[in-house]
Design a protein around this ligand. Structure first.
Ligand code: PXL
Length: 307
């Protein structure tokens, strides 16, 4: 079976572990080929550091897409994350459409804990809402979910299973896209979790893993990267989200006590992720119709697959 291939459109931040410095090693460890298309180069990420450099790479998106198409490259998935400008979002949307049928996974990176990231302006957030409308799978946190839905952050509560189901279903745009809404572990104080709405079945499932103390940078990037890798390796949505929750939790637990802005200390654990993913044979996903038929639902209690 050939190696699944993912185009990853995210920023490249040299120090601080986020975006491509997480996406590339994670997908590689899972036996997935990652083709990065950096949206910008920054010396560090923008959370916890000031004075970072910022080299905008918007001009690279269309020519890279054209060159890859000329080379006959096809992708199982296009996975998008942090964007550097409003223009990048429409270019990224064009990129996705020109590589259909591929799975489009959009992590609508805009903010956390009720606040947008420093570089995100309201027009950029509106452009992200439009980009996410084209996605097959979105992975918002609570802050991003509120922006996507035009809701007040305080109103978007994830305290009960019913709340979580309601918001996940609202985010699905009447079942057109699948949703993995993170930060949702209703009634479980000591667990971190997500609620998953799968458009192929209309099912809503909950996944969770032990909660580590502290809020580390890049946690969302790691979660979405594992999820994407698992999806192109043939995991069903809830099963992919469970693996992502397990691995992110394991990494967060070992990072405890290290500087928050340096992100999750995930590299020493990548071999475990590789081992877990090995149990699944990769499936080519160029044809989305086929892919939808293949989706089968794992029991919610799939259990921790990382040993
Ligand atoms: O982890 C999200 C992220 C990605 N990329 C950059 C960021 C952030 C969050 O602050 O600054 C550059």
């Amino acid at each position: 079976m050939s190696t699944p291939r993912v185009a990853a459109i995210h920023d490249l931040s040299g120090f601080g572990r986020c975006s491509l410095t997480i996406v590339i090693p994670t997908l590689s460890a899972m036996g997935v080929q990652c083709c990065p298309l950096p949206t910008a180069y920054l010396s560090t990420h923008t959370g916890g550091f000031t004075g970072n450099t910022f080299l905008d790479l918007t001009g690279q998106i269309a020519p890279t897409a054209a060159h890859w198409r000329d080379c006959g490259v096809a992708f199982d998935a296009v996975y998008t994350g942090f964007m550097g400008s409003r223009e990048q979002m429409s270019l990224t949307a064009d990129f996705i459409e020109s590589f259909r049928p591929c799975l489009a996974v959009t992590d609508p990176v805009m903010g956390d804990h009720g606040r947008t990231y420093r570089t995100y302006t309201p027009p950029m957030c509106r452009a992200m809402v439009r980009l996410a409308e084209q996605a097959d799978v979105i992975t918002p946190n609570r802050t991003e979910a509120a922006i996507l839905l035009g809701e007040d952050y305080e109103a978007l509560r994830l305290d009960t299973e019913a709340d979580c189901r309601r918001w996940a279903e609202a985010l699905s745009l009447e079942g057109r896209r699948s949703v993995v809404l993170t930060g949702a572990a209703p009634g479980q104080r000591d667990r971190a979790g997500a609620v998953c709405f799968d458009r192929t079945s209309g099912r809503t499932d909950f996944v969770s893993a032990p909660l580590a103390p502290g809020q580390f940078h890049g946690t969302g990037d790691l979660f979405a990267s594992v999820l994407t890798g698992a999806l192109v390796r043939g995991y069903a949505l809830a099963e992919a989200a469970q693996l992502a929750a397990d691995f992110t939790s394991l990494c967060a637990l070992r990072t405890e006590g290290l500087p928050v802005r340096e992100g999750l200390d995930f590299e020493p654990l990548l071999w475990r992720l590789g081992q877990a993913a090995e149990g699944h044979s990769p499936q080519r996903r160029y044809n989305q119709a086929e892919q939808h038929q293949r989706h089968q639902y794992a029991d919610n209690d799939a259990g921790n697959q990382l040993h």
